[in-house]
Design a protein around this ligand. Sequence first.
Ligand code: 5GP
Ligand code: MN
Length: 341
Amino acid sequence: MIELSKYTKELSKLILSSENILLICHINPDGDAIGSQLAFYHYLISKGKNVKMLAPNNLQEFLKWMDGTDLINIFIKERKKCRILIEEADLIVMFDFNQSNRLGEAEDFVKSSHARKVIIDHHLDPRGFADLIISVPSMCSTSELVYELVSEMNGVQFINKSYAECLYVGIITDTGNFEYGSYTSGTFRIVAELIDTGLDKFKILNMIYNNFSSDRMKLQGFALNKRMVVMPEFKTAYIFLTKDDLKEYHHVKGDTEGFVNLPLSIKGIFFSALFIEKDNFIKLSFRSKGLFPTNEFAARFFSGGGHLNASGGEYTDTLQNTIDYFLKALKENEWRFENRM
Ligand code: 5GP
Ligand code: MN
């Protein structure tokens, strides 16, 4: 059991002494980023605090049903308003990331703000840009950590339907519904508590996993059929999608979520990558099973990071050049595949 009281004392003090609290999640927020941010929001609101929320860019469509998502200000949509929110905050709490570049365009404004800053996160190697860094990499999700912190600060378990739903979303999305990630028996105890609050787990599962458009399903079929390259010699497979591919299938944000996991279902494949062509760069996602450290690979070659088995990064070049560079990096890393897959 991790001793959290050293954090919660400080966090409680910061919350008590702050008038305007701003909660921020990472760019391209996933279920855990939004889930942990919203859960903390519901807790603070119940304590009568003045709280605002911000995300660097748009939310994925399949998360927008969650209670409070309509209150999240999107930096790239309302830059001026968001800059004012950052300026006015005396406490900024950040969720599910530990590197300032994950703030996207909000990075410089957050870094130069006079507010006291807290990071609540479960990624490895925090790069300190906050006054208080609450980092517990052994937890499966930031949502799990928020549950523990709030329970400790609140004295008893905090019960609120929206809060429980948001944490549940964070936990299931960061573990692929308990398929991967560092979940433990402790995670299941938390999940049991959340379910006991009466949350409708089937409704949530359907909103997260059975809520796709037919275009999205067709895009998945196309990606596997026409855009997946399997390289058994490297125990690796990758999928690439061009801007035109996405356009053809009427892509909306979130449609490619989960694609990177699919090649790992192939026997003998231990490392998977997804390349998505953006306007000025290529977004990469990495997944592995076993010991191959995708986060080290992402950090070394693609200015990225994340967890051992799930990470991401980016590269500013054409799609073809990025794929070529990836293949070169793979070859350079060959020894790791022998030893660590
Ligand atoms: P995804 O592939 O789902 O976008 O991201 C998987 C994991 O990698 C998440 O934990 C996410 O926080 C991390 N990640 C994704 N992209 C980046 C990136 O560009 N930089 C860093 N540092 N982490 C990333
Ligand atoms: Mn997370």
